[in-house]
Design a protein around this ligand. Sequence first.
Ligand code: SF4
Ligand code: SF4
Length: 346
Amino acid sequence: MYKTAKENLAALFQLIAGAQELYVPVKVSGQVNFRAWSEDAEVDLDTLKTVKSPKDVFFPQSEDLYTCKKDGKKLTIEPEALKEQDFVVFGMKACDVKGVEVLDKVFLADPVDSFYAARREHGTIVAMACHEPEETCFCKVFGVDCAEPAADVAVWMAGDALYWNPLTEKGEALTKSVDSLLTQADADAEKKVEEEKASIRAIVEKLPYTNLSLEGWNGDMLNEKFNSELWEELYKPCLACGTCTFVCPTCQCYDIKDYDTGHGIKRYRCWDSCMYSDFTMMAHGNNRTSQMQRFRQRFMHKLVYFPANNDGMYSCVGCGRCVEKCPASLNIVKVIKSFQKQGGDK
Ligand code: SF4
Ligand code: SF4
C-alpha cells in the first residue's frame, strides 16, 4: 500500500496523462461524467455516481466499425483500427467495475468482440472506494463491496490523503510509473484505510435497499415470473424513454447502422435500448409487440436469463442510477419488491 497527499492529485493526473490517455469524472454544466482529462477539466471525485456509468470507455456510445468504398466495379472494406494506446480510467466505483465484468461475459465470449477486447487489453482501472454510499445504492445485494473495490489499483480517499493499493500486473506497472508521487504507507496509514472501510460498510448497512432479497430470481421459476400478471401493472407508467438503459453500467444492447459519407458507406454501432419499440426490428416486424413485453424483457434479462447463462452472475450491480433517473419512478428495486410482495413479504 502507498499513499500520497490529496494536494498531489493534479500532479498525479498530469504524470499519468503524460504517458497515456486518462479518463476521470469531470463536471460539465453541472453533470459529472467520465471524460478525457485535461489541465483545465473540472475533475470531480466527490460526486459518487456519474450520470452515465463509465462503460463507454470500453464500449463507446457510438463507434465506427468499417468503411465500404466502391471504385468502379471494385469494392473495398476498410475496418476501423482497434485501440492500440494504453489508457487509465481513474475513479471508477466498485459497482461500475463489476459492471465491466458483466460486459466481459458478453463481449469476450466467443465470438470475441475485437473492438471491446482491444480496449480491455489496453485499459487500466483505478477503482475508488465509495466514501459515502447513497440511499439509492444497493450494490451489496449483488455481492459488491464498495469499501474494497477490486480492479487494477484500489484507492481510498481519507482525510488529506489518497491511499493506493496495486492489485494486478497492470496496477503494478501504473504504480511504478507514478512512484515519484507515492510513498510507502506505514502502519498508521493502513489503520486509516481500515477505519475508512469500516465507516463505509457501516453506512451500507443502514441503506434502505441493502437487504433486498433476490430469493426466487436467478433463473428460478422462469415461467412463473414470465407469465406473472404483475408485469401488466408494473409497466404502465413506463414512457419507453430508454434512460434506464443508457445510464446502466451493464446494459449492452446496440444497433448497427450505415450512413453515406459521400466517399463511401460507414458502418457504425450505437447503444440501443430494449425499451424502444423499434429495438431488434426486422423485416417481419418486432418479436416483442407491446411495451409490457419490452419492459418485462429488461428485468427478466437482468434477473433471470443472464444469471441462468452466466453461472449466477446478475446483470445488475445495484448502482441505483435507474432508481435516480427514471422519470416515471420505475426501477429494478420496484420490480423485485413487487414480486416479493406478491409472494408474501419476507
Ligand atoms: S423504466 Fe423509466 S427510464 Fe426506463 S424506459 Fe421506462 S420510463 Fe424510461
Ligand atoms: S439496473 Fe439500475 S441499479 Fe442495476 S446496474 Fe442498471 S442502472 Fe444500476
